[in-house]
Design a protein around this ligand. Sequence first.
Ligand code: GUN
Ligand code: FE
Length: 418
Amino acid sequence: MLTALKGNIIEALSPNSLGLHPNSFLVLEDGRVAGIYAQLPQAMKEAQVTDFGDALILQSFADMHLHGPQYEFTGTGMDRPLLAWLETYAFPAEARYADPAYARERYRQLSRDLIQNGTTRVSMFSSLHTDATLILMEELEKAGVTGYVGKVNMDRNAPAYLCETTEQSKAETLRWLDACRRFTKIKPILTPRFAPSCTEELLAFLGKVKAERDLPVQSHLSENVGEIALVAELFPDCGQYWQVYDKFGLFDGKTLMAHCVHSDERERAALLERGVRPVHCASSNNALMSGISPAAELLREGQGVCLGSDVAGGTTLSMLATMANSICASKDRGVMKNDPSQALSIEAAYYMATSAGQTFLGAKPGFGAGERLHAVVLDDTHLPMLPGMSLRDRLLRAVYRLDDRHIRAVYSEGVRRI
Ligand code: GUN
Ligand code: FE
C-alpha cells in the first residue's frame, strides 16, 4: 500500500550535509521509504497522504548509549565523579532490578517515554539481572523501540549486593542469549560494564562468545581520569585502556565505546583503524565532571561518532536536548582550546543523533530507499517564522527550543506509534 507524509523533510546525509526538502512528500510502500518528491509522481497519485502542514519531518532518534535501570533517578545525584557516583547512586538503583515485577513497571514507563521523545533506536545497558533484561527487551519491542540491549557483565569491583561470580556471569550470559532469540526488533549486545568490572577470565569468555556468535559489543572507554588510572592498575600489561578490550577480541567494527573523552592520539588511531564507534555523551560528561569530549575532532578524523543520552549519568532522555548539550559542550571546548573549529555544527549533531546510530544498526543513512520508516514530526509552528528563515535555521532552533510536547507523530519500523 502506498502512503505519504507531507511536510518539511530534513535528512542527515553526512556529518557535513543535510538533505532539505521543503513542503515535500515522503512516500512509503508498505511502510518502507520509496522516495522523497516535491510533487507526487503520476504513478503514486493514489498514495494516502498524511499532511503535517508546515511541521518538520525528521529521522527519529538513535540513542546509542543509555542505562535502562538508571532512568528512574535521572536528574538526581549529580554531585560525585564517576566511580563514587556508581557506588552511591547507580549500583543501589540497579540492584532493585532483581525484582521482575519492579522491572516490568519501570521498563514499561521507560519504553513509553523513549517513543514519546522520538527515540526509536537504542543501544542500551540493562543491569546484570537476566530476567529483568528479558523484560526490558520485551517492553521496548512492544512499545516500538528497536536496536540492542545488553545484560551487563560485572564480576569484580562491585558491591556484594550487585555482583556475579565469574561462573554465574558466564552461565547467565548464555541463558540470556538463548532466551532472547524470540525477539525480532531488539537484539542482544555483549555488555562488559567497563574494564574495571570484569576479570580477565570473564573478558576472555565474552571474546569467545562474540567470535562464535558474531555478536556486537558495547562498553565504556576513557571516560574519566580516575577510571583510567584504575584500569592501568588492574591491567598492568595493557599499555592503554583500549588494549584491554582489544586483548580479548572485544574491539572491532561491531563495537560501541561510550565517552572516549580522554582518548589520546594513539587510542583514537586504534578506534579509527578498527572501525569502533565512539558514543559521545555530552550531558553525562558534564554532570559527572568527566571532561569535554573532542567530538568535532573525532568526526573530522573520520570516526563514526554516535550520540548517547547516557541516562542517568546524563540528565535527559531527550535527544533534542542531547544534541543541544553536544553543541554547547563543543563550544566550551573551542573556547578553552582557543580553537573555533571544535564547535559542532547542526549538521554534525543531527547526523550523530540519527544516521550514525542507524548505520551501526545496519540501516542506510537518511531516509534510505527501501528502509522501514523511522521518523518524528516536530511542530515548531507556534514559534515566529523570521524573514528568510531556512529549514536549517528551523532545525537548529528546534534542537534548542522543542521537546516531547512538540512531537506530533512518531513512526518506527513503518508503523505510526504516536
Ligand atoms: N562506567 C561504568 N559504568 C558506568 C555507568 O553506569 N555510567 C557511566 N556514565 N559510566 C560508567
Ligand atoms: Fe554509561
